[in-house]
Design a binder for this molecule. Structure first.
Ligand SMILES: [Zn+2]
Ligand SMILES: [Zn+2]
Length: 764
């Protein structure tokens, strides 16, 4: 542990007397971290009565701060090294009778705290699920075990038949048994058990048991592995080589949509499971559909799924099963990277480009980076898979030490679908305010007439995304954010997509009172209406987070689409993910410009990803398929690259720009946001703190650049004004080093919160 840092925040009590010091020199000392943004480890004495109970990785309660207040913390170290000349406080309570996480995981969380400039205790609180901390779904019951020497009593003592059966059962049992099991075995009530207890032949013990039904999912019918094509085979063989060498390596599996990446993962996992080790497969939350889960359950008999809909009790039960090594494969979203597998063999991240792998509350970690670090520490390979890898991963695979494996062709040599760019600037339908232009409408008609199915993609939910006043030109804004409200026609309410504020649809302008509002900007609800009007004889379904509120509705719609009960499926990102329907012969990107114009350093990258992913939904069957992309910017290079399926061409151009602008993946970035209700205070704080960081960088000769402060592009969000500045350096360690110097001075004013986002995905 770093000594200088530990000492910064010790609570300084009067000097102990020599005799106090001598008496305390062999006392147990615990290193404790609290759920606070402090880069400090505190030391406490462990009272003799707690010395046998406390363990590294368990939670405790101890006095913290002024007065008599106590706080829950994590024990992260134990030893006998009493810092000289200090009098320590004592721990009050030990909350867990066993560590909540292993030594390896403890070290990983410490790395996260350093990497993401936050408190170690904050990371621990986030990593150990609440259900595990509370031991949700378990209860203590009374069980009995045979007393010492009970077996000899069986011969000597006079016992009733029932008492004898009970005692025999317990002598043969390796574990204590509950009362109901004993009375069932002996066919008796509780009185013979009580008698045995009173005679001292059996001893009651408290045992914690799980009240949750052990994994009730029926064992899925197992299917054999598929035959691989030469590219897949080469990838699997290379990964197997790494697994057999049992050492850490990172693999970027760049496979076009439909190239069969999942089969490569599955056969790599097969190898890992044959060693008696476990694999973790991370997928975006939105892809954690019943289809995905079935795909793994049909290939491996014991799969645990960790998703956000689990109750605390279910999550705890899954966590226990994983920790006991009863699970071969863990499939889950972001937080499954912390799954407590006892013998990890492999981590896979599918669709590694997905933004949902970044957590947007403290600790603001990126799953890919944490997985990389965990794989390195545990000496196992990490596979990153994508059709459109992030530039970070591409650079590491082409210029860093990672291994690049390509699946350049679709399975069964199916061609990539042709992509047509449709310029909508002079389209007669679009200029009339419709969403589907003439070319797209004609293509839809042709595809449907030929018995094909159509997918339409639009990244905006709701009905009208902008409401304007005819008289004064004011937009209807969220009272809490600098964002226009979207009208959701189905609920007849206006909704803020940034903070979920909702209100009844205003009948007139909130600004000038004029009665008429203009409805602009089409979301998926309005698109659905337009498609219904244009194709009244066809069956349509909409998939977005509004339509898919009910659990299971996702599965219902996709099954109907697969069975041909739906002709046109329209929706947001939800339909861009991994769907594989051979009869889809046309995909329409309704508006490719929605992401392109966002003030975001990754806007181009995200536009390319979206078009490529959506385009990947077609041409997966013998009928082939094509893609129409509607845009007002047909000459935009990113859209042209996407139409040519030219990922490397896009990446090269984008990388040149990023290098010039000192942006990731070449430079490391940390964004510091100050937010609060009083804008002047927020602004003053941003100036003051940025100044302190700048001074520290200059006086220490650190080569970290400080940009800002400035108002954030989205100045007001969820009722809070936001100002920010950013730190840029070639290596993340340079930022970490500088932050260590200044972190104690980073004290915002009352009512202002400091947020640090390392490797931010956007700068809004
Ligand atoms: Zn008005
Ligand atoms: Zn809002």
């Amino acid at each position: 542990m770093n000594g200088s840092r530990q000492q910064q925040l010790f609570e300084v009590d009067p000097e102990p007397t020599p005799w106090e010091q001598a008496a305390e020199s062999d006392r147990l000392v615990a290193d404790i971290v609290f759920d606070r943004p402090l880069q400090t480890v505190f030391q406490y004495l462990v009272p003799d009565g707690l010395a046998d109970l406390i363990s590294v990785g368990a939670r405790i309660r101890a006095p913290f701060g002024r007065g008599n207040q106590t706080e829950t913390g994590f024990c992260v170290g134990l030893g006998h090294h009493l810092p000289p000349g200090r009098r320590l406080k004592e721990i009050d309570l030990v909350l867990d009778d066993a560590p909540l996480l292993t030594a390896d995981m403890l070290e990983l969380t410490r790395w996260m705290a350093e990497r993401y400039l936050c408190g170690w205790g904050q990371v621990l609180t986030a990593v150990v699920p609440a259900g595990v901390r509370k031991r949700a779904g378990t209860r203590e019951i009374t069980c009995y075990r045979a007393a010492d020497g009970a077996s000899s009593a069986l011969e000597k003592k006079r016992l009733s038949t029932k008492q004898r059966v009970i005692l025999e059962t317990l002598c043969q049992s390796s574990a204590p048994l509950p009362v109901d099991e004993l009375s069932k075995a002996a066919g008796c009530g509780v009185s013979p058990i009580r008698t045995l207890r009173d005679k001292g032949l059996i001893v009651p013990v408290r045992v914690r048991t799980s009240a949750v039904e052990q994994d009730t999912t029926a064992l899925a019918e197992q299917q054999p592995d598929l035959t691989l094509n030469p590219d897949q085979l080469r990838a699997v063989e290379q990964i197997q080589g790494l697994l057999r060498a049992s050492k850490h390596a990172c693999v970027l599996l760049h496979g076009v949509t439909g190239s069969g990446k999942t089969e490569v993962y599955i056969q790599a996992i097969r190898e890992v499971v044959s060693y008696g080790r476990q694999a973790i497969v991370l997928v975006p939350e939105i892809s954690l559909t019943p289809q995905t889960i079935r795909r793994f359950r049909r290939r491996f008999p014991s799969v645990a799924v960790l998703h956000s809909h689990l109750s605390d009790a279910e999550r705890h039960a899954q966590w226990e099963r994983i920790a006991k090594g009863k699970v071969d494969v863990v499939v889950g979203a972001r937080s499954a990277v912390f799954a407590p597998t006892p013998h990890l063999g492999l981590i896979v991240i599918d669709e590694e480009h997905e933004t949902s792998f970044k957590q947007n509350s403290t600790p603001r970690y990126h799953t890919r980076e944490v997985a990389r670090e965990r794989a390195r520490r545990e000496g196992v390979p990490l596979i990153l898979g994508s059709a459109t890898p992030t530039l970070e991963s591409l650079v590491r695979a082409t210029r860093g030490g990672d291994l690049l494996l390509s699946l350049p062709e679709r399975v069964e040599r199916r061609p990539m679908p042709p992509v047509v760019i449709v310029d909508t600037r002079n389209d007669p339908y679009i200029t009339k305010g419709q969403s589907i232009g003439r070319a797209l409408q004609a293509a839809m008609k042709r595809a449907l007439d030929d018995g094909g199915q159509v997918i339409l993609f639009l990244n905006l939910r709701g009905y009208s995304t902008v409401l304007w006043c005819y008289s004064c030109g004011a937009g209807v804004m969220c009272p809490e954010c600098d964002v226009t409200l979207t009208w959701h026609r189905d609920r007849n309410r206006v909704v803020c997509h940034s903070c979920d504020f909702t209100a009844p649809r205003p009948s007139g302008c909130l600004h000038c009172g004029a009665p008429a509002l203009k409805y602009l900007g089409a979301g998926t609800q309005r698109l659905e209406q337009e498609v219904q009007a244009k194709f009244p004889e066809h069956r349509i379904a909409r998939m977005d987070s509004d339509a898919m509120r009910k659990r299971g509705s996702h599965d219902t719609v996709l099954n109907a689409f697969r069975n041909g009960a739906i002709d046109i499926l329209l929706g947001t990102q939800m339909i861009a993910k991994g769907l594989d329907f051979p009869n889809v012969t046309l995909v329409g990107v309704v508006d490719a410009d929605t992401v392109l114009h966002q003030p975001d350093l990754r806007a181009a990258e995200r536009t390319f990803q979206l078009i490529a992913q959506v385009a990947g939904r077609t041409g997966r069957g013998p009928k082939g398929g094509r893609v129409l992309v509607q845009t007002m910017c047909p000459d935009e290079p990113v859209i042209r690259s996407a139409a040519k399926h030219d990922y490397l061409g896009f990446a090269q151009r984008e990388l040149d720009q990023r290098r010039e602008l000192l942006l990731p993946p070449f430079w490391s970035l940390a964004r510091v946001i100050l937010r609060g209700r009083a804008e002047d205070v927020v602004q003053a704080d941003a100036r003051r703190l940025a100044g302190l960081v700048r001074d520290a960088a200059e006086s220490s000769g650190a080569s970290v650049r400080i940009a800002g402060p400035a108002p954030a592009p989205l100045l007001k969000l969820k009722g809070l004004y936001r100002h920010h500045f950013r730190l840029q350096a070639e290596q993340p360690e340079e930022i970490q080093e500088l932050w260590r110097r200044v972190s104690d001075q980073m004290r915002p004013s009352q009512g202002v919160e400091l947020v640090i986002d390392v490797d931010p995905l956007d700068l809004r």
